[in-house]
Design a protein around this ligand. Structure first.
Ligand code: ASP
Length: 479
């Protein structure tokens, strides 16, 4: 009877785990058949549809969750949650960077190449680091809300060749003309593809706080967003039933499309081991210890309850796309107060990226070691700073950490030689760092819940609280 109940309660999680195993087995077996690129494309298709469904739900979920979440808490409680979560995000990102640096400096994965080629080019370092910070602030304040749903700002440095004509007279009656070409760099802020989630979050937070202050005058708007929230959660439940199939095909497709890594050599193996060790130490030791000290509770229980989200993160490489599933796990399994989870999770999925911070600390150091560049203490500090910032600035989408790395390399003045190693394994590393990002998000909710005692819901104060039957509808079971 108990086994039956357990199976009934966990059917979705069990099917997801089976899907992962089947996906790996099917991928490995079909690889030997050497499928054509068309076939691989078709195999990837059901997984692609799964990803599209999750992404489709992301924006309405973030907007409606934050607005309704903040609409139901007092300003002082929202402020407390905000400060607490920001301090926690910052501390864990710094801890992740320290773990990454400690490992990369001890193991020295890049040192195996034994070559020394280039020097660090400090010339533009401060300017590029400043661009990363300014872009982050720019994105926090979007200039166009509609644009922010599809594009974000990024500063690019463009180099123009500038031909200068120099006339020189050489004593006699004739003149020669020389063309001297000069490289002139200019900065340009452009809009690039990918939603500016952090900008949408800022708008939603301000909107939610002001809506809360309006009390009864804001009822209509509050109810509108409550309804959107309920509808979105219902849609998430539907998508989750498709998730085992989507995950199976995502994994099979990935294994089929990956080039053979068995003879990639020592450098790559040591690099993978260093990064995996960094992610494991941070997520299985550092974060759990911090969580236990802060809450006196068992952190691994949270990981078990969030397993569905962790597997989805592994399959999709996107913490933003995983957000709907994370939300379900946190609310249904961890039974967190929705007023906390709906504010903390969307923000966390966007700015709290511990896995990315571990990577952002290890990868530039790997490149420096690979190029035989010895870094000063100051360089290491700049790497740490840009690592933390780049983890905050990265969107929760596949490969965002790698894109950020290119900016970080530029900011520090490191060459790109050796980056092909990182490209070759990014599909794999990205999956694991996304898993760590999501794991950390779930722990933040646990910590903030522990320290935030919200008063019982008072529906006479604000109508943004959903009526009873809507509240029940929100409690949609995972199974
Ligand atoms: N893919 C990661 C995420 O979505 C970001 C990264 O590339 O590090 O959390």
């Amino acid at each position: 009877m108990k086994v039956r109940q357990f199976l009934q309660h966990n059917i979705l999680l069990i099917s997801t785990i089976i899907a992962v195993v089947l996906g790996v087995v099917a991928g490995m077996m079909c690889r030997s058949l050497k499928p054509s690129s068309d076939t691989i494309h078709l195999v990837q298709f059901p997984g692609e549809i799964f990803l599209r469904m999750l992404k489709m739900l992301m924006l309405p979920l973030i907007v409606a969750s934050i607005i309704t979440g903040l609409g139901n808490v007092k300003g002082s409680s929202a402020g407390r949650m905000g400060v607490l979560s920001m301090v926690y995000y910052a501390s864990t990102s710094v801890a992740a960077t320290v773990v990454g640096l400690a490992l990369v400096l001890t193991i020295k994965p890049g040192a195996y190449s034994g070559t020394s080629t280039t020097d660090i080019q400090h010339n533009n370092a401060m300017a590029s680091a400043m661009d990363i910070i300014l872009d982050l602030i720019r994105n926090i304040v979007p200039d166009n809300l509609v644009d922010a749903t599809v594009k974000h700002s990024r500063t690019e440095t463009v180099a123009h060749e500038f031909q200068k004509n120099v006339n020189s007279s050489s004593g006699g009656d004739y003149r020669t003309s020389n063309n001297i070409s000069q490289l002139v760099t200019a900065r340009k802020t452009v809009m690039v593809d990918g939603a500016n989630v952090i900008g949408v979050i800022t708008y939603s937070i301000v909107f939610g706080v002001i809506l809360n202050q309006l009390r009864r005058r804001g009822d209509v708007v509050a109810q509108f967003f409550t309804s959107i929230n309920i509808i979105t959660f219902k849609m998430i439940t539907l998508v989750m039933w498709y998730s085992p199939l989507g995950i199976l095909f995502l994994i099979t497709g990935q294994i089929l499309s990956t080039s053979d890594l068995t003879d990639t050599g020592q450098t790559l193996v040591v690099y993978i081991a260093t990064e995996m060790a960094g992610l494991a130490v941070h997520s299985l030791v550092v974060l759990p210890v911090l969580y236990t000290i802060l809450t006196r509770k068992n952190p691994y229980v949270i990981y078990l309850k969030a397993m569905q989200a962790l597997i989805t993160a592994l399959a999709t490489s996107s913490s933003a796309a995983t957000l709907p599933v994370t939300m379900q796990c946190v609310e249904q399994r961890m039974k967190t107060d929705t007023r906390i989870s709906r504010f903390i999770l969307p923000v966390g999925a966007t700015v709290n990226m511990d896995g990315t911070a571990v990577y952002a600390a290890i990868a530039p150091m790997f490149i420096a070691q690979y190029n035989g560049i010895s870094l000063t203490f100051g360089d290491v500090i700049i790497i740490s700073l840009t690592a933390v910032l780049s983890s905050v600035g990265s969107a929760g989408v596949p490969g965002a950490g790698f894109a950020m790395l290119l900016l970080v390399l530029k900011a520090i003045g490191l060459p790109e030689r050796g980056i092909s190693f990182l490209v070759a394994v990014d599909w794999l590393m990205d999956r694991f760092r996304t898993m760590v990002n999501v794991a950390s998000d779930c722990l933040v909710v646990g910590v903030v819940s522990h320290y935030t005692k919200l008063p019982p819901r008072d529906t006479s104060e604000t109508q943004s609280e959903p009526p009873r039957e809507e509240q029940e509808m929100l409690e949609i079971d995972l199974v």
